[in-house]
Design a protein around this ligand. Structure first.
Ligand SMILES: [Zn+2]
Length: 651
């Protein structure tokens, strides 16, 4: 694609004025900034499998723009500062139907690998009164189902590219399939189950895609990982089977297509039915575009030559608990280093791990911020009494910030004064990311309260295991998570969950990465440590593309900005342009990690030019412009409060 990317100049005066106001605010300093933006085309091939061609209106599907069927542009934003990164993505969709022979061979392949089981499934919950008759709880019922190994299906689809005209090697492929000829749940099954409060089990077996995951620290096998309706992320490809499910992590929105068609009495042969199905498919494509192809960031994804991650593990457990699970077994420095190094292969990554008993003054703050939850109302909201320990995070956060230099000597906060803006110092320097991980006693977690409300910290239904705050990540696990296997059915004696995965996830946020479910829960059905479902240790193509591309983009824009301040047509400017062109060509092939080296060379050359120009010329005042369009800072902060918390789904 020759027009894969092109430059766009943003010189809107109002934005510049806004930016200058921000820059003159106390406490905000910025080394350099840019007025150059980038506009990037991304090819997205969409393959529809098993759909009746006369039931989908392709020209209506292609109707794109704000609030239309598909996005025509996606403004890339760092949500915590509310700034854009200066990049606008333009998805270029190419939608086609797979042949019926392709559909038949996919179905035949799935039938050959399907396995049948009968096991409890959280979507199929029966409301019961457990220990306390004040509350009723959804108890998963055993349901027969068919499961296909998700990774095998992903590889099969990847290898069948030629059967559907090939996949773009400089873009994405999204496969939407309706395979209701496979064993699939019906509307009658769902209605009978719900109407009888789980007494009438489905007559038809639902089908699913499954993975498995074992915690490498303490050996716990995550439960309920057979129940997905989508998968992808080893390649730039993701498939969703809209006839699979129902899936518990998206209880209603992603109900199987055949269920919602019958429930809503949609006639797919009518004009209304055709419009309805077309919009339904568009929404899946929209979601995948935002979650995977052009994801936003939590924090500004700052490039640095060196990343130093300083992990401080504070053990606040009893002597007996420490003996039962030695703290050294709960965290794996090598696994963390391997994950982050693979995320930024062109930078130097070091990990310092310090394990210690919690210092006495910090222990006192924890104790005075400790409460045993005992709220009847919270019990009613969450369907069960929540009687566990919570440590109010805010006073601990404040204590750690006030005492930062002694708790974390020679370590800088992750996002300090240049918060949300490009930091020139870090390009050749170092970004430090501190992590404060606490091992609490019994079943105690950090809680980030809102007004009187304590978040749902029962981690079977969603726990605050960690939070990526601007200066540092905070993580809390406890003896109960370390020995989680003793409390599940069937039991997994003495197996549990350690810190490694949660720390990799939280530091991923500090690098800038977002959750893959930000724009739809089934986005978690992808290879990534950033979701709540797979608990991967290695970053997926989604994470690597997003961060590495952002690094190239920001260096590219900074270089162009420097060039714009120089005399044109000089020898040096030509060298810079040539390096930029080299980077651009690799970028166009989505080879972002390789594009770093030439774009860095261009940036360094441009910096040298700037310095020699500056020493030659008289000091001229430099007006700093920022790329960031300050959009909805308040909204951004509100969103950020939600998204940076880490909730866990059932496992
Ligand atoms: Zn998170």
């Amino acid at each position: 694609m020759s027009s894969h990317c092109r430059q766009l100049r943003l010189t809107l005066m109002t934005l510049t004025l806004l930016s200058l106001t921000l820059l003159s605010a106390p406490g905000i300093s910025v080394a350099t900034s840019t007025s150059v933006g980038r506009s990037v085309d991304v090819p997205i091939k969409v393959v529809l499998v098993g759909f009746d061609q006369s039931a989908v209106d392709l020209s209506y599907l292609a109707w794109s723009g704000d609030s239309r069927n598909l996005p025509s542009s996606v403004v890339n934003v760092d949500l915590i500062s509310g700034n854009t990164t200066g990049v606008v993505y333009h998805p270029k969709y190419d939608v086609s139907f797979a042949s019926s022979s392709f559909t038949n061979s996919l179905v035949a392949y799935l039938e050959s690998i399907g396995r049948e089981f009968n096991a409890t499934n959280p979507w199929f919950g029966q409301y019961q009164y457990l220990e306390n008759s004040d509350y009723y709880t959804s108890v998963p019922m055993p349901v027969e189902y068919v499961v296909y190994d998700a990774n095998s299906v992903e590889e099969w689809l990847w290898n069948q590219a030629q059967e559907v005209g090939g996949y773009p090697d400089n873009g994405w492929t999204i496969i939407l399939a309706d395979l209701h000829d496979l064993p699939s749940i019906s509307w009658e099954d769902v209605a009978a189950f719900k109407a009888s409060n789980g007494e009438v089990l489905p007559k038809n077996k639902p089908h699913y895609y499954g993975i498995s995951h074992t915690d490498t620290d303490l050996g716990y096998n995550l439960r309920f990982r057979d129940y997905m309706n989508a998968w992808g992320g080893h390649h730039r490809m993701w498939f969703v089977d809209v006839s699979a499910g129902p899936v518990f992590n998206s209880e209603w929105v992603d109900l199987p297509l055949q269920v919602v068609i019958e429930d809503n009495q949609i006639n797919l042969r009518s004009d209304f039915g055709k419009t309805w199905l077309t919009e339904y498919l568009a929404d899946y494509i929209w979601e995948a575009t935002y979650n995977f192809v052009a994801p936003n960031f939590v924090y500004f994804p700052q490039y640095a030559a060196n990343y130093e991650i300083d992990v401080f593990v504070f053990d606040d457990r009893t002597r007996a608990e420490k003996q039962e699970v030695p703290i050294e077994n709960t965290v794996n420095k090598d696994a963390m280093l391997a994950a982050w190094q693979e995320l930024v292969p062109y930078s130097s990554v070091t990990v310092n791990l310090k394990i210690q008993d919690v210092p006495a003054p910090l222990h006192d703050v924890i104790q005075s911020s400790y409460k045993y939850t005992d709220s009847w109302i919270l019990g009613a909201i969450f369907g069960q009494p929540e009687q566990y320990g919570v440590v109010d995070l805010r006073p601990v956060y404040k204590y750690v910030m006030d005492d930062f230099d002694s708790l974390a000597p020679n370590v800088k906060p992750a996002h300090g004064e240049s918060y949300g803006l490009f930091d020139r110092e870090m390009v050749s320097g170092k970004m430090t990311i501190p992590v404060f991980a606490f091992a609490f006693s019994e079943q105690t977690y950090f809680s980030y309260t809102y007004k009187w409300f304590i978040g749902d910290t029962d981690w079977e239904t969603g726990a605050l295991l960690g939070i990526a705050l601007p200066e540092a990540a905070f993580v809390s696990l406890n003896q109960w998570t370390f020995t989680r296997g003793n409390y599940v059915d069937p039991p997994q004696p003495d197996r549990g969950l350690g810190f490694t995965q949660t720390i990799i996830h939280e530091v991923g946020h500090e690098f800038g990465l977002m959750h893959p479910h930000q724009y739809g829960d089934i986005g978690d059905f992808t290879v990534s440590p950033m979701g709540y479902f797979t608990d991967d240790y290695k970053f997926g193509v989604i994470d690597k593309d997003a961060l590495q591309r952002a690094h190239v983009d920001q260096l590219y824009m900074e270089t162009e900005n420097l060039l714009n301040q120089m005399p044109a047509n000089s020898n040096a400017a030509g060298q810079v342009q040539s390096k930029l062109a080299e980077a651009e060509s690799l970028y166009a092939q989505m080879n972002y990690s390789a594009a770093i080296q030439p774009v860095l060379a261009a940036y360094d050359l441009a910096l040298q030019m700037e310095q020699s120009t500056a020493s030659a010329a008289a000091q001229t005042p430099i007006i700093y412009l920022v790329t960031g369009i300050v959009v909805g800072v308040i909204l951004g902060l509100a969103i950020a409060m939600v998204l940076k918390r880490r909730k866990k789904s059932k496992r």
